[in-house]
Design a protein around this ligand. Structure first.
Ligand SMILES: [Zn+2]
Length: 341
């Protein structure tokens, strides 16, 4: 199956009432983990790469690994998505390379740190929508600012400083015509999201529900949604790691989000934790090993387990065979038709 647009996956998810995990990758092993988990659970899947990942992998490597994944797992609808594009230029280069979906994060200025104005965000996102939709490529935007920093991108503030205003979100969607909207409801990037188990005070689920009521047809995206499970933290610390106690987003809160319009859930930290724990374990238990495969294989297996579990929890499991891929050309024609109507 060729790489497909994210719009198709999310439209199908909305019809089926489930969410789709979007997992970040930098290398071959992470892509393999996700694809194995997708096959095992029969899940459609979104693989995403940040600017940091693109530069780490010189992005051509990443792109061709994704083509290999599409070839080796023809039964899995598969999206290649740009995570947190910081400028129109970055989105343009991703589309030219072959990404089938891009995020224009105009909530921040192109430096990826400074919160922007609403006008700037509308302008930049609109520009990307015009460019992307002409090629059938999906666009995710962001309104409000997430907390924390991921791959050098983010305000570094806590997740409650720039929450999404529901009325502004509705205005933003109307003005830009985007496909999916990332909202700030108190989540942060990175491992250190909450210093205690989040409650209604820290995670603003009622705000999410309010946004969904105003925008029932917009696919909502939850960023920074790793659950940072204690057992994964424990493996790292047991084998010489030094993670401080931390809490992520409870899976039941994500499931409540999915009941209220969340269709894409970004997960990165949980996979990083799984990989690092597995590698540390081999280093401590088998110090005589020096073949990278001796620790990369268990690392791959550990990440696959977490991804498969999330796919089941988000509800995407079992849906890989529900539909036939729609080509990007056909998607472009649909956008053009909608615009003309
Ligand atoms: Zn994010």
């Amino acid at each position: 199956m060729p790489l497909v647009s994210m719009r198709q996956l999310l439209d199908e998810a909305a019809k089926g009432g489930y969410g789709v995990g979007a997992f970040n990758v930098n290398n071959m092993e992470q892509i393999q983990s996700i694809m194995e988990a997708a096959r095992e659970t029969k899940s459609p899947v979104i693989v995403q790469a940040s600017r940091g990942a693109r530069s780490y992998s010189q992005d051509k490597f990443l792109y061709h690994l994704m083509l290999a994944a599409a070839e080796l797992y023809p039964e899995i609808p598969l999206v290649l998505h740009l995570d947190h594009g910081n400028s129109v230029e970055t989105c343009k280069s991703a589309i030219e390379l072959g990404f089938t979906s891009v995020m224009m994060d105009g909530s921040l200025m192109p430096d990826g740190k400074t919160p922007s104005s609403f006008e700037y965000n509308v302008q930049a996102t609109k520009e990307v929508v015009a460019m992307a939709h002409a090629k059938g490529v999906t666009v995710e935007g962001e309104i409000g600012c997430l907390g924390g920093i991921e791959d050098g991108h983010g305000t570094g503030l806590d997740g409650l400083s720039h929450l999404t205003d529901p009325a502004q979100a509705a205005e933003f969607v109307k003005l830009t015509g985007l496909d999916a909207l990332a909202i700030a409801i108190g989540t942060s990037h990175g491992a250190y999201k909450f210093s205690s188990k989040p409650t209604g005070e820290t995670l603003k689920m009622d705000r999410l529900i309010e946004i969904h009521k105003l925008l029932p047809n917009t696919h909502l995206v939850m960023h920074g949604s790793s659950s940072v499970p204690k057992d994964l933290q424990d493996v790292i610390n047991k084998y010489g790691g030094k993670l401080k106690p931390t809490w992520g987003v409870p899976v039941e809160e994500i499931q409540l989000g999915i009941k209220n319009g969340v269709r894409k859930i970004n997960v990165d930290t949980d996979n990083r934790l799984a990989i690092t724990g597995a590698i540390r374990k081999v280093f401590v238990e088998q110090p005589e090993q020096f073949d990278p495969r001796s620790y990369l294989k268990p690392a791959r297996e550990a990440m696959k387990k977490v991804v498969a579990l999330r796919m089941t929890q988000f509800g995407q499991a079992g849906h890989a065979g529900d539909y036939k891929p729609v080509s990007l050309d056909e998607m472009a024609a649909r956008y053009a038709q909608k615009k003309a109507a």
